[in-house]
Design a protein around this ligand. Structure first.
Ligand code: NAI
Ligand code: MG
Length: 505
């Protein structure tokens, strides 16, 4: 029996969560739970305390092979995409959404423990958005259509069929564990695919719990499989396996490049949702009160561990000091604390020791290259010294070419830089290899539309930041990725189009 103890400042851990944590954490393959063939496991820990949460099965290449065979067998049997009607599939996906909602307090605690985020944020944001995502795609099962095409040959009927790609390997990160999985699973399911999910090694718990909900909903075995394990082993084996038709990935640019290389031999379909260094521009004519709060949360939301974090902040020179003072005041009020503590904080720790070191390394580079922090810049000690806590940090005296202004930090660190006019800031904003998101704050309609058209990013926010919706496409320009998730665009990622010619004359 796993005798887990938690700090007495924690909210009560739900009995279901305690039971789940104390149980065995195996791979979920073909509707059955099994240990890794090698018996290997890894530890997942609570980043708020650095303490062990659970031992998790660590899938190796041979386990990947078993899972791919199981998913392929289910796909080839047609148990999901052929033997059920579209409406029946939609109902099952909807039922899964209902179950996610029903189990929301449990899922929220699992993500809060595993990732460190405040449990109220997991409960109010991550989990309901995940359920909503499944509902949106439940509606798509009955709407995936082909077309009839007026071809230029007499006596010929041409039409298209839209078919599932087959078996999809979905590799997701740790920043929104359940939600990032939902973004990929829901459209893949709606399109009739079978799935192997590989959650991040830092946050495997909610994916394993989700497998239980698939079982409870009554999905045919083999439609949804979970392989926990490391990227370099389980993830890489999925990418290379000839039985996988498509890889959907969210994570770092470096790993995305490795995935493209490793998928070349089998010419897999690959979609990539990667990071960014998103420019957030505040013009002097903006509603400054709104802009100050918006820009603060654009970076510090989810502790900067968002692919869309507004990490390059451009402020028009004549309001630069005013905005910085406002943001420093806001940042000073942010309460950092343990994700599960009774007195809920605004921000938790970063996800791991590794991430802590990465972010602190960026902060150090910022100082070494001549930057100054107006607030933050240190690891948090005292009662939080065992966890991976970093103060919300605002850097000034930053030049565009500096490392902290160019590379994704993925932590609570923003670079504030002044600008003089619109042409200049547009050029500077676009001078980046990334293109995931960009935003601006202005009351001027022309500026808003001009920047919306000319900023090179997949998402533009005007007088707001961070909004997403299952119905609205999301993805990157340039090195921020390939393809668009969400909306009807995600159906394209998970279907093949077949053109059929029938001689009628
Ligand atoms: P990562 O890209 O290594 O991990 C993301 C997922 O890819 C995980 O499930 C991991 O196991 C898997 N993976 C790793 N190597 C793989 C390989 N060779 N083949 C197949 N799958 C593999 O990201 P990591 O190391 O957790 O974080 C590093 C940086 O990546 C962060 O500091 C941040 O800049 C960026 N990142 C961006 C995210 C986003 O939302 N776009 C999410 C997570 C990280
Ligand atoms: Mg990595």
């Amino acid at each position: 029996m796993n005798m887990l103890t938690f700090p007495d400042t924690y909210v009560e851990i739900l009995p279901e969560v305690r039971d789940f944590l104390a149980g065995k954490h195996q791979l979920y393959i073909g509707g059955r739970w099994q240990s890794a063939l090698s018996g290997a496991t890894f530890e997942t820990i609570d980043p708020s305390t650095g303490r062990l949460l659970a031992h998790i099965a660590s899938a190796q290449a041979e386990d990947v092979d078993v899972a791919v065979r199981a998913a392929r067998a289910t796909f080839d049997s047609g148990a999901w995409h052929l033997k059920l009607t579209p409406s029946e599939r939609g109902k099952l996906i909807w039922k899964l959404a209902d179950l996610i909602e029903e189990h929301a307090p449990i899922l929220a605690q699992l993500d809060a423990l595993d990732n460190g985020k405040p449990v109220t944020k997991a409960r109010n944001v991550d989990v309901p958005l995940s359920a909503e995502h499944f509902r949106y795609y439940a509606g798509w099962t009955t709407k995936i259509e082909g077309a009839t095409i007026p071809v230029n040959t007499q006596g010929m009927f041409n039409y298209t069929l839209r078919e599932p790609v087959g078996v999809c390997g979905l590799i997701v990160p740790w920043n929104y564990p359940l939600l990032m999985a939902a973004w990929k699973i829901a459209p893949a399911l709606a399109a009739g695919n079978c799935i192997i999910l590989k959650p991040a090694e830092q946050t495997p718990l909610s994916a394993l719990y989700l497998a239980r909900l698939f079982e409870e909903a009554g999905f045919p075995p083999g439609v949804f499989n979970v392989l926990t394990g490391f990227g370099e082993t389980a993830g890489a084996a999925l990418v290379a396996h000839p039985g996988i038709n498509k890889v959907g990935f969210t994570g770092s640019v470096g790993v995305a490049k490795t995935i493209l290389r490793n998928s070349a031999d089998t010419l897999k379909r690959v979609s990539l949702e990667l990071g960014g260094k998103s420019p957030n521009i505040i013009f002097a004519d903006a509603d400054l009160e709104q802009a100050v709060v918006g820009a603060t949360w654009a970076i510090f939301g989810n502790n900067g561990q968002s692919c869309t974090a507004g990490s390059r902040l451009y402020i028009q020179r004549n309001i630069y000091d005013r905005v910085l003072t406002g943001m420093s005041d806001q940042a000073a009020k942010i309460r950092v604390g343990m994700g599960m503590q009774i007195d809920q904080p605004d921000l938790g720790p970063v996800v791991s020791q590794e991430q802590l070191e990465t972010v602190m390394g960026f902060i150090e580079a910022g100082y070494n290259h001549g930057g100054k922090s107006v607030i933050g810049g240190k690891r948090v000690g005292g009662a939080l010294a065992q966890g991976y806590f970093i103060e919300p940090t605002i850097f000034v005296d930053v030049q565009d070419h500096m490392k902290i202004a160019r590379e994704e930090i993925f932590g609570p660190v923003v670079c504030a830089m002044p600008f003089d006019d619109a042409d200049e800031v547009l050029r500077r904003a676009n001078e980046t290899p990334y293109g995931l998101a960009a935003g601006l704050w202005t009351r001027d309609l022309q500026t808003a539309h001009r920047f919306a058209a000319q900023m090179q990013a997949g998402t533009i926010w005007v007088n707001t930041w961070g909004d997403t919706d299952a119905a609205s496409p999301f993805g990157g320009y340039k090195q921020s990725g390939h393809g668009r998730e969400m909306g009807k665009e995600a159906i394209d990622l998970y279907t093949e189009v077949k053109s059929v010619w029938i001689k009628t004359g």
